[in-house]
Every structure is written in structure tokens, then in C-alpha cells.
Design a binder for this molecule. Structure first.
Ligand SMILES: *Cc1c(COP(=O)(O)O)cnc(C)c1O
Length: 404
């Protein structure tokens, strides 16, 4: 059992008011809130040991380097990567995906095929379209079903010797569907294809084991799991990171530079050009510590309880249509009420202090599938409560009576 009151005490923002009402924050799938320990670690860095890393002999630089590399080790341990240099620190999921997509430009030819899923975030569609344009490779899409799951039969048929890469998200940000990534990875490996998993939406709820999954790449953003914005990581198997060329040129990523020839630094530095977000990376490590102290099993169980509670309450509202109704779901609910635009519901509940997201959630192909402009999306975290859900239901009912 989680002590929710104590947990809520760790998050300063949860105590503010919005439009005169206590904040109810249900936009966790867009970004999570930040506990005091994470905020303090950023203040501590800039107050006490702000210095550039890796190059300095002086004490501050060594302290900063130790904290930065210590965070990398925490991340390695959290995801159970075999080696710490298989963890590349990035500015977030989008950065990680682009690093791989750009790196594959030299590894693909016009006969090759890439498979993505219909449930992807835009950041997991556009880079592959760009890659296919550059290489002449073909992009294939695993279609979705009415319940919001992937059609695994079609996926099986799409796979062939031509498949070089498969890209799917672990959890869909628009619908909350938990995809059968282990099965997807195993099936791709049967044809020798590499797999990149977008874990941005899964990592707040699930603690993935990259060795057990056996994926080639796994990427996520710190800001969705209680860390700061603009920081993330991509795990890559060592042999694959060695195959990919550096993503950006600059300081930190070189071994030797002359105008005739430059040799690149070893992993992970080959992919970490320039001065990184040092405080952000350190705070990412603190956020993982914080969540692990609470426990991911406990978090998942409690969030499931919230999901079931909210689903049942919402379904009792007349004209309610839920999207994404598979059994295996993270705590994300996407819905519409017949005859009412999602934006209007979002605006009215905001007046009542409740933050939800409305729109296409950077996943327009899913909206096209359902032939809707968007949805209202409420996404719950372990610091939310059933009382907040009750306030939300009341607000939705009020919006409904005002708008219909
Ligand atoms: C949020 C999200 C992204 C993008 O993350 P950034 O931090 O904006 O790079 C990608 N994929 C999914 C599934 C997401 O939820």
C-alpha cells in the first residue's frame, strides 16, 4: 500500500491552486510532476558544484563528473543494461530515435524495409519517413484494431528477409495500450531485423529489463518519470552502437582531431557531443531513485486501481465513448462525449482546476483511424487519488450539461 498523502507531500506543485481550485493534474502522459528531491538536486548542482565534466583536473569538475557518471550507472542498473557505456544520455526520446534513424542511413539500401506501428507518436513516424526518403527503403505499417491493439497477424505477414528495422512504442501515449513488445522483438529477430522500442510512455509505469527484452535499442525521456525536461537516454546493444556513426560532431565525442582525420571517442562519448545537460542527467538519476524507493510494482498496482475506478465512472456517463479498450493498459483514458468537441470539455474542466489534454496527442494516424479530430485524455500517476477522479467526473458532467 502506498502512503499517498506522504507521496503528495513530496510534490510542491500539487499544493497550488488553478483558477481558484486545488490543482488536479491528469496530464501525466504529457509530462509528470517533479518531487522535491529532484528539484533539490538541481539547486544543489548549481549552488555547489557547477562545472564542466570529463576534462577538468579541478575538484568541482571531478565532483560534477562523478555525479554525472554516477547517474549513468543508476540508469544502467534501472534498465538492467549489461554495460554502462550502452547507456547514451540524450535530450529525450525524440533525440534517441533520431540518433538511430540518422545512423541507419548508411546501413540501408533501396530494397530494405522498415516496419513501424499505427500506434506511434509523431516522433516515431517522421524520422523513419525521412530515413526512407534518403535511402529509398520502404516503410510498412502494422495496422491497429478497433480496441487499439496491434494486428499481430498482419505484422507476421509484413516481416521478411527484407526487414531491417522494427519500431514500436512499448505503451501508446494516446490510448495507453501496452504492446506485446517481447513477442514483437522475438518475431523480428527471426528475420535478423533490429528493434527499437520507444519507452517514453511505458517507463513511468513499468521497469523494463533490456537484456530480457533483448531489444537492440530502448529509449525514454526523464520528464515523464518525475525527472526534468530535456533529458533522456537511449540504450543500445554495444555491437549496434559500434555499427552506427556518430550523430553529431563536436567536443567530447572525439579521440583525436587533425584537419586530415578525426578519430572518434569510445562509447558512450561518441554519441555525446558537446556539453550535456549535466544537472538534468544527475536529476534523472535522483528521479529513478525516488520512484524505485516507492516501487514500480506498487506504482503499477495503484495506477491500475485508479484506471479501473475512472473507467467505470466515465462509462456511466451517457454518450461516453472510450478509445483504447484492451485489457493490457497503462493508466491513460482517451474519450469523447457524443456531440461535444474534446477541446470544449478540456477548457471547462480547466476552469475547475483540472488539467487534461485534448487533441490528437501527436498521434494523428490513430485519430484518423477512429475518424475523430481528437479526444480528451486523462492520464493518472501514482500521486493522483480517487477523490481527484470524483472531482473530474463532476466537472465532466458539468461540462456536458453546459455544452449539450
Ligand atoms: C512523449 C513521447 C515521446 C516524445 O518524448 P519527448 O520527451 O518529447 O522527446 C515519444 N513517444 C511517446 C510514446 C511519448 O509518449
Amino acid at each position: 500500500m502506498l502512503d499517498i498523502n506522504k507521496i503528495r507531500g513530496d510534490f510542491p506543485i500539487l499544493h497550488r491552486k488553478v483558477n481558484g481550485k486545488p490543482l488536479v493534474y491528469f496530464d501525466n502522459a504529457a509530462t509528470s510532476q517533479t518531487p522535491r528531491a529532484v528539484i533539490d538536486s538541481i539547486v544543489d548542482y548549481y549552488s555547489n558544484y557547477n562545472a564542466n565534466i570529463h576534462r577538468g583536473v579541478h575538484t568541482l569538475s571531478q565532483e560534477a563528473t562523478n555525479a554525472y557518471e554516477g547517474a549513468r550507472q543508476k540508469i544502467q542498473k534501472h534498465f538492467n543494461a549489461a554495460k554502462s557505456h550502452e547507456i547514451i544520455l540524450t535530450s529525450g526520446t525524440t533525440h534517441g530515435i533520431n540518433m538511430v534513424a540518422t545512423g541507419f542511413t548508411d546501413l540501408l539500401n533501396a530494397d530494405d524495409e522498415i516496419i513501424v506501428s499505427a500506434l506511434e507518436h509523431h516522433s516515431n513516424i517522421v524520422p523513419w519517413q525521412m530515413l526512407c526518403e534518403k535511402t529509398g527503403a520502404t516503410l510498412k505499417v502494422i495496422p491497429m484494431t478497433d480496441e487499439g491493439s496491434l494486428d499481430m497477424e498482419v505484422y507476421k505477414d509484413l516481416l521478411s528477409e527484407k526487414t531491417k528495422l522494427v519500431f514500436v512504442n512499448h505503451v501508446s501515449n494516446a490510448l495507453g495500450t501496452i504492446n506485446p513488445v517481447k513477442q514483437i522483438i522475438d518475431m523480428a529477430h527471426h528475420y535478423g531485423a533490429a528493434v527499437l522500442i520507444d519507452g517514453a510512455q511505458a517507463t513511468p509505469h513499468i521497469k523494463p529489463d533490456v537484456q530480457e527484452l533483448d531489444c537492440e535499442f530502448y529509449t525514454c525521456s526523464a520528464h515523464k518519470l518525475c525527472g526534468p525536461t530535456g533529458v533522456g537516454m537511449i540504450y543500445g546493444k554495444e555491437e549496434w552502437l559500434n555499427k552506427l556513426p556518430p550523430y553529431q560532431g563536436g567536443g567530447e565525442m572525439i579521440s583525436e582531431v587533425t584537419f586530415e582525420k578525426t578519430t572518434y571517442a569510445d562509447l558512450p562519448h561518441k554519441f555525446e557531443a558537446g556539453t550535456p545537460n549535466i544537472a538534468g542527467v544527475i536529476a534523472f538519476g535522483v528521479a529513478l531513485d525516488y520512484m524505485n524507493r516507492i516501487g514500480f510494482d506498487e506504482i503499477a498496482a495503484y495506477e491500475n486501481e485508479l484506471l479501473e475506478y475512472a473507467t467505470e465512472k466515465l462509462l456511466s456517463i451517457e454518450g461516453m465513448k472510450l478509445y483504447g479498450t484492451v485489457q493490457e493498459k497503462a493508466s491513460v483514458i482517451s474519450f469523447n462525449i457524443e456531440g461535444i468537441h474534446p477541446y470544449d470539455i478540456g477548457s471547462i474542466v480547466d476552469k475547475l482546476g483540472i488539467a487534461v489534454r485534448t487533441g490528437h496527442h501527436c498521434a494523428q494516424p490513430i485519430m484518423d483511424y477512429y475518424k475523430i479530430p481528437g479526444t480528451v485524455r486523462a492520464s493518472f500517476s501514482f500521486y493522483n487519488t480517487k477523490e481527484e477522479i470524483d472531482l473530474f467526473i463532476e466537472a465532466v458532467l458539468k461540462a456536458k450539461s453546459m455544452l449539450s
